[in-house]
Design a protein around this ligand. Structure first.
Ligand SMILES: NC(=O)c1ccc[n+]([C@@H]2O[C@H](COP(=O)([O-])OP(=O)(O)OC[C@H]3O[C@@H](n4cnc5c(N)ncnc54)[C@H](O)[C@@H]3O)[C@@H](O)[C@H]2O)c1
Length: 348
């Protein structure tokens, strides 16, 4: 999901001097403030695919921040790890990456992502969020944000059925909350251990999950799951989840609408983690107030869905209009300079 009307500001790719591992930082936009985005560590089939990933994910972060009304821009970083990485070489790769991020002088601030965690953020500190002394895991607020987006489409969840693709950190929170709300929850994961952890929930094999007969389909694993090929197989009338870049391309939003599927844009539904982290670590607000800001995703999603119903456009088109309007007339930071966030001011 990458539709913004401008090119990346910066892409830096470097081979680490200690580790020999290639790492990259992409800064898509600093229009609203320093670029933020997770640091992803994983093996890639090629350098090109790592660069493609960091470019796509960083532009999605621009949209996520703009729509979430925070005074930050979009960035992302990747560490293209070899298939086997000893703990020592992994540590050296993180230090190499920390050097690269530090050279950017605060223009890019990292956070945990696939393959990295809070202790890695300690190494990137002060150019990172969610270090061990920070706001903690973003998975719970991310799940809360998905639930807020879901409520905008289906206020009454009791008695509905949901299939969650990806029983990881966010997927597990979602499964527990939805079950508590009276939803019949089915989960799926490619990891064989996922099935053991999923006792208490109905299980479905990953290759059947996307086309499962249910009220709500929740992509909570990888991106790119909604494609021209997979849309015809969908049976759920509503798709909403935390996975970034769920569409293979923006045109898939039109296919979803034509198939009668309501798709809530990922960059709206998955913003709970950054909203909570910034509220806690930048604005210093209490946990409860930070969660209130996450819950504003319900109002934002309701506004987008109502606009789409009114205009006949897709929710994606309306969400892009919202984000791009904000990028076109940037928030003027108050006395706090960059770092002051506005989340919740337009959607209390
Ligand atoms: N954690 C956050 O705060 C956060 C914030 C925003 C977006 N996201 C996105 O949400 C998604 C889930 O995040 P997470 O933190 O729970 O990640 P995670 O790594 O904890 O969980 C993902 C799970 O998906 C499983 N999986 C991978 N491919 C699969 C497939 N094809 N079918 C079924 N299962 C598959 C993995 O085995 C894993 O258990 C990711 O796309 C992530 O980028 C997460």
């Amino acid at each position: 999901m990458t539709s913004t009307s401008f090119a990346h500001e910066q892409l830096i790719v470097r081979r680490g001097r200690r580790s020999g591992v290639t790492t990259a930082v992409a800064i898509h936009s600093t229009t609203l403030g320093p670029a933020i985005g997770g640091c992803r560590l994983k093996p890639y089939p090629s350098l090109d695919s790592a660069i493609e990933d960091v470019l796509r994910l960083s532009s999605a972060m621009t949209l996520k921040c703009a729509a979430a009304e925070v005074a930050f821009g979009g960035g992302k970083s990747v560490i293209a790890a070899p298939e086997t990485l000893t703990p020592q070489r992994r540590y050296e790769a993180m230090l190499d990456h920390a050097d690269l991020v530090a050279e950017l002088g605060g223009t890019y601030l990292a956070g945990p992502d696939i393959g990295t965690g809070t202790q890695d953020m300690d190494l990137l500190s002060p150019n990172a969020f969610c270090a061990t002394t920070g706001a903690g895991s973003s998975s719970f607020p991310t799940a809360l944000g998905v639930l807020a987006a879901l409520r905008a489409a289906r206020p009454d969840l009791a008695g509905l059925s949901a299939v969650i693709i990806g029983f990881g950190s966010v997927g597990t929170y979602l499964a527990e909350h939805l079950a508590a709300a009276g939803v019949q929850v089915t989960v799926s994961d490619v990891d064989p251990h996922g099935r053991e952890r999923a006792s208490g929930f109905t299980w479905i094999d990953p290759d059947r999950a996307l086309s499962a007969d249910c009220d709500i389909l929740i992509p909570a694993a990888t991106g790119g799951v909604l494609t021209p090929d997979t849309v015809p197989a969908l049976r759920a009338p509503l798709v909403v989840g935390p996975a970034n870049n769920q569409l293979s391309d923006d045109g898939v939003a039109d296919r979803l609408a034509a198939a009668g599927v309501t798709w809530i844009p990922d960059f709206i539904a998955s913003a709970g983690g950054i909203i909570h982290t910034l509220a806690r670590e930048v604005d210093g607000v209490p946990h409860e107030e930070a969660l209130n800001r996450v819950n504003a995703i319900e109002c934002r999603t309701a506004t987008i869905l109502a606009a789409a119903r009114h205009s006949g456009a897709t929710p994606l088109a309306e969400a892009l209009a919202l984000a791009n309007a904000r990028l076109g007339s940037p928030f003027e930071p108050g006395g706090g300079g960059w770092g002051a966030t506005t989340s919740g001011t337009r959607c209390p």
